[in-house]
Design a protein around this ligand. Sequence first.
Ligand code: ADP
Ligand code: MG
Length: 268
Amino acid sequence: MSPDHGISFDGGMNATTVITAAPVAPSTPSGAATLVAARDLTRIWGKGDAAQIGIDGVDLDIRQGELLAIIGPSGSGKSTLGSLVAGIDNPTRGSVVVGGTRIDRMKSDRLAAWRSANVGIVFQDFHLLPTLTAVENVELALEFRDGRSGRRRRRRSRAMAALEQVGMTAHARKLPAQLSGGEQQRVGVARATVTDAPLLVADEPTGALDQANGHAVFDLLRARARAGTTVVVITHDLALAHAADRTVAMLDGRIDTVTHGSTNGAPS
Ligand code: ADP
Ligand code: MG
């Protein structure tokens, strides 16, 4: 999502609307194929005494259709790991294979093209473009992937379908500033899912929301996982992490513990 990366704006508005996720297919059976395989994954900035360790020697497999939570204290490497798995950054050492494609050495142009077709990304601060309506923000993800030429009506109908899945049909023509934080994040989820990418990575997607809206957004992500998308959620909310299929706890750039959660527990 590089064109809007870095644009954030205040989503701290009051939001009380809570929606439930649309019905979806049953859970992917365990034993499903591995979608993400990371080996000795390491990201270090600088050298010697000045070296900043993001993550160091992480080995992690993520199954197709799994809802994986990543938790850990601030600075433990959660976002670094998420960025490497999502193809936002290249590692210093180690490998990442996603859906059979090795992405760790890809140059930024190729990586951006790969990302636009293979990863949906949800940001803590939504990162919606403020001058575009909700539906136009969702369409952008299709434009990044397919280019702007042709099939404009088709993009519009796909974007509207994605908004419908997150309960935002009635708000499609509003600008982000006219939406609550919870509503903006639902648009963020629609943008991340409209391309039907096999991998969804969300870095603190509920961090700017109140509890009810945060849990509603988490339920949308869980619904995607049940429908077969592999979902990686970085979160501080232990109640949400508990509702994931598996929780990886980071500490000082390494995986500290791995916990298997209840596969269908409610987050609240
Ligand atoms: P978390 O998301 O768990 O809070 P991060 O992955 O953002 O942690 O950061 C892990 C460590 O890597 C921290 O010590 C942080 O300062 C460092 N780090 C992250 N990004 C950079 C960067 N671009 N340059 C230098 N150090 C960084
Ligand atoms: Mg972080």
